[in-house]
Ligand binder design. Structure first.
Ligand code: ATP
Ligand code: MG
Length: 462
């Protein structure tokens, strides 16, 4: 839930109720008032960023509310919701500082647009500190769930990237690990936040269309080019261009993209003018572009250019207890939304199965598994009963007999190899994290002696 509040001032309870619900759906916190005096009191108390005001109230008119608010906070966004739009009243309200008018019956979509536009316009004014700090949507780093060392490291790198003005970034990670999420978090936490975030999926559009989509074209560049068209590089104007699934980009376009990134300029198709690139480019791929480039499926020079700043999204199976955190997070959200009940709990054997499972589809797969279980499960507890078949424990291999879970079978060697020392250190960190720093319990998790862990800690000065 965001910190941003919207005050609704209307004498009609039905209308308040409807707006209340809509405001929540849009991610703001609603506050309700039905009279002039009440609205002034609540305004002082809550400092909403937007106020919606009906024009005729029991103890006065909406104009009084508008004036009182503007006296206290000239910057506040006040949107009038009159019964009928009358020219005189409208002019008076405009002079008193009203920002917009949405006549009844209220079209919620129109109202939402009016609110977002007003907030966006205000964000552009540098004096507005409060708004600068609170993004108007939920795409910020706080919404990326996880406390494992692996995800924390990723987020800390992404935060640095957001604050800096590096012109291009590569996001790598398996499907469903959160590349979209991180791309948006970078944009909306960066100085570019008030400018557009433009995303395009390179796999979804044929190469010939993609080129004019990205670069735009001049009139007459080809038969169908009846007028000049701006491409995405231009439309992104000061914002972030997200090139998703860049691994699928056609070789010819890869060369053109490289030139844009190297020279910081581009040309519309059929154009002669070099236009400046004024966008940060975030590229993402779930293929390993290094391997792809070694195997000549991706241009090596473009890979090197993109990978100057590379952010790796770790697979969910290497994020330790984050699996449980994320599961609880989705249960909480969905139980509240669908059943209006407190969040149900995971049965211990489910938590164990979740820790053990391989999660090829990562966070997306986890969310789907949870959604399904929440719909089907009639119990207070989420049990194994409605988990997909892959979760049911099979056989009792010698590993299980030796007290090891099947997770130990699930490490696969990445194509570029891995440092065993690093893996060991990482596992020790995770075990310590899970045991709350208790070395004895951590050594039990890893089935090694306490001395081995202590030795490691000393060696790495942890
Ligand atoms: N750490 C996280 N916390 C909360 N939600 C997450 C997290 N990581 C991913 N998600 C959610 O999981 C889903 C999949 O994430 P996302 O679409 O960003 O993955 P992706 O890496 O872009 O996948 P793909 O390669 O398939 O495009 C989304 O609904 C996203 O909001
Ligand atoms: Mg994606």
């Amino acid at each position: 839930m965001t910190l941003l509040k919207i005050l609704v001032v209307d004498g009609d309870e039905q209308i308040r109720l409807m707006l209340n619900q809509a405001i929540k759906n849009w991610g703001f916190t609603p506050i309700e008032a039905s009279t002039v005096s009440e609205s002034v009191e609540l305004f002082n108390l809550h400092q909403p960023i937007v106020t919606l005001v009906e024009t005729s109230l029991h103890d006065g008119v909406g104009l009084d509310v508008l004036r009182e608010i503007k006296k206290r906070q000239p910057n506040n966004i006040v949107i009038m919701i009159p019964e009928v739009l009358r020219v005189n009243e409208t002019l008076t309200a405009l002079r008193a500082g009203a920002c917009d008018f949405i006549a009844k019956p209220i079209n919620l979509e129109e109202l939402h647009k009016a609110i977002s536009n007003a907030i966006k316009a205000r964000k552009l004014q540098p004096e507005d500190q409060q708004l600068q700090q609170v993004p108007i949507n939920s795409f910020n780093f706080e919404n990326i769930i996880g406390t494992s060392p692996a995800i924390k490291e990723t987020i800390s790198l992404a935060r640095k990237v957001a604050a800096s003005d590096v012109s291009c970034v590569l996001l790598q990670g398996e499907s469903g690990t959160g590349k979209d999420l991180v791309a948006k978090a970078i944009h909306y936490s960066s100085p570019r936040a008030s400018k557009p975030f433009v995303a395009i999926n390179c796999a979804a559009i044929p190469a010939n269309l993609l080129e004019s989509e990205l670069f735009g074209y001049e009139k007459g560049a080809f038969t169908d080019a009846k007028a000049r068209k701006e491409g995405l590089f231009e439309q992104t104007d000061g914002g972030t261009l997200f090139l998703d699934e860049i691994g699928e980009l056609d070789m010819g376009l890869q060369a053109k993209l490289l030139r844009v990134l190297e020279e910081g300029t581009f040309r519309r198709v059929g154009g002669l003018l070099d236009l400046p690139l004024n966008a940060r480019v975030i590229a993402a791929s779930n293929r390993n572009l290094k391997t792809e480039s070694q195997e000549k499926r991706f241009r090596q020079d473009l890979f090197y250019r993109l990978s100057i700043i590379q952010i790796e999204l770790p697979p969910l199976r290497l994020r330790g207890e984050d699996v449980i955190l994320l599961a609880e997070y989705y249960i909480e959200r969905l139980d509240k939304k669908w059943h209006q009940t407190p969040a149900r709990k995971l049965a211990p054997e489910v938590a164990e199965a979740f820790r053990r499972y391989r999660w090829e589809g990562n966070v997306r797969e986890l969310r789907n598994v949870i959604e399904r279980a929440l719909i089907l499960e009639e119990n207070e507890l989420i049990t194994m009963k409605y988990l997909p078949e892959e979760f049911q424990i099979k056989g009792n291999s010698k590993y299980l007999k030796r007290g090891l879970s099947e997770a130990s079978l699930y490490f696969t060697l990445p194509p570029e190899g891995i440092s065993l020392d690093m893996v060991e250190e990482w596992l020790i960190q995770q075990a310590l994290h899970r045991s709350g720093g208790n070395v004895t319990r951590a050594s039990e998790f890893l089935r090694v002696s306490r001395d081995r862990i202590r030795y490691r800690l000393r060696k790495n000065k942890l």
